[in-house]
Every structure is written in C-alpha cells, then in structure tokens.
Write a protein that binds this ligand. Structure first.
Ligand code: NAD
Ligand code: IPM
Ligand code: MN
Length: 353
C-alpha cells in the first residue's frame, strides 16, 4: 500500500481547529481508496513557538521538512503578540520561497447551497481558478529604512519581476487554461500606473500567448478587474496575477462566491524538487478562535487538492463531492448562516467520504 508522509503545520488560531478536520477527511479518503498517510505534527511555525524561542521555526526547518511528500498548513498569525510581518516572513513566506512553491493555485466556485452576496448569480456562474505568482513580485524583502526617527526618514521597498519567474507562472496558467473548456485566460495588470514592472508583465503575457493560439487571453487593470469580479464574475476562467494582485483577487473571488471559509489553495513546486504546501486562503481568524465555529471546509478542500497532487484524483473527487453535499444539506457553520460547529461539519464530511 502506498504511504504518504505528510507534515501537519497547524499554526495559530483557527489553524489549530481546522487542521484536525482536514486530517480526519484525508484519513477517511485514505481508508476508502486504499492508501495510507503517515502524519507528523509540528508545533512550529506558530506565534506560541516564537514567544518561547524568539523565532517562528528552528534554524534547520528546511532539513526537517524537505523529506515530506506535502505540507498541510493551517494558518499563522497572532498580531496581538507577534507583528504579522515577523510571523509570516518567519514561516509561510519562507516555505514559498525556499521550497520554490512558485504557483499559488486558488480555485473559486459558486456552489449550490452557498448564499451568494451578488444579485442574480446561480451556481456555475462563478467558476474560475486564480493562478497567483508566489515567490517574487511585490513581496520582496529588498529595501530598507533610512534616517530612522528623523524628519528625513524614508522607506524603500523594491518589487522584483524576473523573466524566469514571470514566464513560469504564465506558462502554468496558459497550460491550465488549455485543459479547461472555456480556454480563456485573464491577466491582472496595472501597466497604466506602475510603469516598469507591469508593462513588462504584459509583454511577457503577449509573448507566452503566442505559444497558445487556442487560448483567448485578455488583460484588465487591477482596479477595474476587482469591479468586474463583482459585476460579472461569469466572464472569468483562469486569472493569472502577480503576487500582490493575486492575493487580493483570491480573497475577493471567494467572498463573491459566498465565504472565504471554503476557499482552498495549493502552493505548488510543480517540479517536485521540494514539498508543496496546501493551506486555506483564510488566516488564523483571532476574532473567532476558541469557539469551535470556524468553517473547516477550506482546510478539507486543501486536503483534496493535496491528494490530487499526490496522484489520487479519485480521492480528490470523492472529497469534493462530500463537501458539495454538505454545502447543500448542512450542517453549516455560522459564516454560512448555520449554527453547527467546526467538528460537526468536519465529521459530517468525513462520514460522507
Ligand atoms: P482572516 O482570514 O484570518 O479573517 C478574516 C475574517 O474572515 C475574520 O472575520 C474571520 O473570522 C473570518 N474567517 C476567516 N476564516 C474563516 C473560517 N474558516 N470560517 C469562518 N470565518 C472565517 O484574515 P485577517 O483577519 O486579515 O488575519 C488574521 C491573522 O491571520 C493575521 O495574523 C494575518 O496575517 C493572518 N493570515 C494568515 C494567513 C495564512 O497563514 N495563510 C492568511 C491570511 C491571514
Ligand atoms: C495568503 C495570505 C498571505 C499572503 C499573508 C498571510 C502573508 O494573505 O496566503 O493569501 O499575503 O500571501
Ligand atoms: Mn491573502
């Protein structure tokens, strides 16, 4: 029997509540489809670990995690005790960079049973995949502060767009569009205002598009693109974006499709030189932590994406089918208008799998 070695990094806040539900659902899928998972749970990265050790993770974190088939990640962040840029740059952003997880894949679908905040939208009207560049762009640590504390104080932060980095995410997005029925790709840009990096991004999109004559591709400036997400989400299929624009679109998309509590993401190193990381789009939600009311569906869906990446597309499909059924029939957590707990929803989905 195939055995997958998975590291569980639950993190902070509701990460600790939803991760066990993701594990439970994957375990149910493993029993049904006849494979095994060997789970190893880590107490880091987390803000609690930081308060004890002065860092989010041990120095040899890369060596400790490199041998796993995948990383199953909850969420990190507890801004009351550790500033967000310290906790996130000390953990998730290191994983993405050091493990070269340059694709952040974030599917967004309006599903039956999920209350949609947009008027007159039916299930099926929203069905897109956001492909977010995940290792460079606006998320750079290049820059600094000068003349600190004086009137002359300033900060500078660079954005980095490498040809390799841009081309590889565009290629992935075009290839994905090729596999989808609509064969449509939209690129997020801002080349009217950001006058160096974004014209370059557009130029690379056009160059890559030449290799994919069967894919219709267009571009929108990020400002109007956010408006179009709300007004006419049905026109999008694959949406490719730089790191920051992709971040914004991947909270907006799921909000348009009902709740960010069900939105999954896969941080992929497609070459499999390093483990890929599967995590909900949402964060640690300190405002609801400790009440057992967080929606576990995003985490469970991440488990499905993880199994798909590990070669179990049948397990993926069964898990998504179970999620879809629970969205229609309940139980539901409060973010979806219900009164059920995290564990009740998790148990219901696992039972269906
Ligand atoms: P958040 O996603 O944690 O929460 C935003 C809102 O959505 C909150 O009202 C929260 O209660 C709600 N929400 C989020 N997930 C939910 C779920 N599963 N079920 C029901 N409701 C849910 O975003 P935030 O408030 O901006 O950030 C909180 C902390 O999480 C910060 O420290 C932030 O840096 C961190 N964060 C971490 C990640 C990550 O680790 N991948 C992602 C985003 C934010
Ligand atoms: C996400 C998160 C992270 C990001 C934060 C927590 C650094 O918002 O995964 O979308 O900006 O990438
Ligand atoms: Mn985000």
């Amino acid at each position: 029997m195939k055995v997958h070695k998975i590291a569980v990094l639950a993190g902070d806040g509701i990460g600790k509540e939803v991760a066990p539900e993701g594990v439970r659902a994957v375990e149910a899928a493993a029993r049904r489809f006849n494979f095994a998972v060997e789970w190893t749970t880590f107490e880091w990265p987390s803000c609690e670990y930081y308060l004890k050790h002065g860092k989010m993770m041990p120095d040899d974190w890369m060596a400790q995690l490199a041998g796993y088939d995948a990383l199953f990640f909850g969420a990190v962040g507890w801004p009351e005790t550790v500033p967000d840029h310290v906790s996130l740059w000390g953990s998730l952003l290191q994983f993405r960079r050091q493990f070269d997880q340059y694709i952040n894949l974030r599917p967004v679908r309006l599903l039956p049973g999920v209350p949609c905040p947009l008027a007159n939208k039916q299930p099926g009207d929203i069905d897109m995949v956001i492909v977010r560049e995940n290792t460079e762009g606006e998320y750079s640590s290049v820059g600094g502060r000068m003349f600190a504390g004086t009137e002359r104080e300033f900060v500078l932060q660079e954005a980095i767009f490498t040809r390799t980095g841009v081309d590889r995410v565009l290629k992935f997005a075009f290839e994905l569009a090729r596999k989808r029925p609509k064969k449509h790709l939209t690129s997020a840009t801002k080349s009217n205002g950001i006058s160096i990096s974004m014209p370059y991004w557009d130029e690379r999109v056009d160059a890559m598009g030449l290799n994919y004559p069967e894919i219709r591709h267009d571009k929108y400036h990020i400002d109007i693109l956010t408006a179009r997400f709300v007004l006419s989400p049905e026109r999008f299929d694959v949406v490719v974006a730089s790191n920051l624009f992709g971040d914004i679109l991947s909270d907006l998309g799921p909000a348009c499709a009902g709740t960010i509590g069900i939105a999954p993401s896969a941080n992929l190193n497609p070459e499999r030189n390093f483990p890929s990381l599967f995590e909900p789009v949402h964060g640690s939600a300190p405002d609801i932590y400790g009440r057992n009311i967080a929606n576990p569906i995003a985490m469970i869906w991440c488990g499905a994406m993880m199994l798909d990446f590990l070669g179990h597309s049948d397990a993926h499909d069964a898990m998504v089918a179970a999620i879809e059924r629970v969205l229609v029939e309940g139980p539901r957590t409060p973010d979806m208008g219900g009164t059920a707990s995290t564990t009740e929803v998790g148990a219901a989905i696992a039972a269906l799998i």
